[in-house]
Design a protein around this ligand. Structure first.
Ligand code: ADP
Ligand code: ASP
Ligand code: MG
Length: 409
């Protein structure tokens, strides 16, 4: 008998029929003798609907009230799933994040889990019940409802699995595993049987939506056996593994391609090239709580420098304002920016032992006449910033260039 934490995403609980299907699936595991904790997302589209609703009331609602509101999406699904389970004779009880309790910090909208008291969940499991927990939400030490950021139900599931020392954590979704890239963009993408935590971390942090980044961090840190599976189709899914180098000879150089359209680029020109200039420019940006991703600095012959960096789209307006103020203060030239960029990245642990991967990437993009605006690298990835309108073309070209295309599909 195993203890399994299962998470079902928005489309998997998107209608009453689907919720009943999920209940049937959970019932099968119960019948096989497993203890099951189920984490669910809001029904698909619900979180966005709630966000739009808030916008109709206020352009700048407080983050606390936003969390009170968007946490309701998951509260509806836990109750519906518990009802569906009870209806088919499976004892079930639902808990919101605060009821568990899943304690987080107070960063509304992107709270981090600090601790989970698993005793109530354990008590209900011991009483023979399936415990259905609301994903994406928690409670801070003052009792305020918090949420964990988009896609946060993945993190709830993994964190619960870690707290309960579950035997397995299953992430059920609308695709049958982790693919070499988003199968909606590249139909010839291939499902991976396994992917290392390290690679999955890169893929998630570079924009691949399949797992929320923090869920992968948690799973790696607490050694949670994590598998991504299709909610309603049988199959082995994808196992996220520690890198055991088992069959490294056969490992492909590139495991996956990630892309992110949610980035914006800002440039400040004609900055006097003196020591401390990067700090003068980026200090106020981080003081405004804006995360910076890529940075490029070019020194011109006239002893001035052009400085370019990227931020998340949602921070673009704020970042431009801060940068304009800095430009005035330090006597720099023009400030410009755009949100129509995208970042495309290739990821693979095999890169460590294979030189020339970056140039192969640049060659594939050049063949498609795609201009590279920025480049950054780490040991196991290469990222480029390109014009947003070429993102799909770039991802397809790279998928082919690195031999990732399935032979037919
Ligand atoms: P859920 O609502 O179940 O959490 P998400 O929409 O958050 O589902 O994540 C699943 C989606 O992630 C898939 O439908 C797919 O389009 C997208 N995706 C992006 N990159 C990948 C990838 N490398 N492998 C599989 N799916 C991916
Ligand atoms: N409902 C939340 C979202 O749409 C959390 C999740 O689905 O994981 O982002
Ligand atoms: Mg998700």
């Amino acid at each position: 008998m195993a203890l399994i934490v299962q998470k079902f995403g928005g489309t998997s609980v998107g209608s009453p029929e689907r919720i009943e299907q999920v209940a049937q699936k959970v019932a099968k595991f119960r019948a096989a003798g497993d203890d099951v904790v189920v984490v669910v997302s809001a029904m698909s589209g619900e979180t966005n609907r709630l966000l739009a609703l808030a916008k109709q009331i206020s352009a700048k609602p407080t983050l606390r009230e936003m969390d009170v509101m968007i946490a309701t999406g998951e509260q509806v699904t836990i109750a519906l799933l518990a009802m569906a389970l009870n209806k088919i004779g499976v004892l079930a009880v639902s808990f919101t994040g605060a009821q568990v309790p899943i304690v987080t910090d107070s960063e509304h909208g992107k709270a981090r889990i600090l601790s989970i008291d698993e005793s109530k969940v354990r008590e209900q499991l011991n009483a023979g019940k399936v415990v259905v927990v609301a994903g994406f939400q928690g409670v801070d030490e003052q009792g305020n409802i918090t949420t964990l950021g988009r896609g946060g139900s993945d993190t709830t599931a993994v964190a619960l699995a870690a707290a309960l020392k579950a035997d397995e954590c299953h992430i059920y979704t609308d695709v049958d595993g982790v693919y070499t890239t988003d199968p909606r963009v590249v139909p010839r993408a291939q499902r991976l049987d396994r992917i290392t935590f390290e690679e999955m971390l890169e893929m998630a942090s570079l924009g691949s939506k399949i797992l929320q980044l923090r869920s992968v961090e948690f799973a790696g840190k607490y050694n949670v056996p994590l598998r991504v599976l299709h909610s309603f189709q049988e199959g082995p899914g994808t196992l996220i593994t520690t890198d055991d180098n088992e069959d490294s000879m056969e490992q492909p150089i590139i495991s996956g391609i990630a892309f992110n359209r949610d980035e914006a680029k800002l440039t400040i020109r004609g900055v006097p090239d003196t020591p401390g200039v990067a700090f003068k420019i980026l200090g106020p940006i981080s003081a405004a709580n804006i995360d910076i991703d890529m940075i490029v600095q070019n020194v011109a012959q006239d002893n001035t420098t052009d400085f370019t960096f990227t931020v998340n789209n949602i921070d673009y307006d704020k970042a431009i304002d801060v940068l304009r103020a800095t430009a005035l203060e330090i006597g720099a030239g023009e400030v410009s920016g755009t949100t129509s960029i995208a970042k495309v990245s290739i990821v693979g642990v095999g890169m460590r032992s294979h030189p020339g991967v970056a140039s192969c990437m640049f060659e594939a993009l050049a063949k498609e006449n795609i201009n590279i605006q920025m480049i950054s690298t780490s040991e196991i990835r290469v990222s480029v910033v390109i014009d947003e309108k070429y993102v799909e073309l770039a991802v397809r070209a790279l998928h082919t260039a690195f031999g990732l295309d399935a032979s037919e599909k």
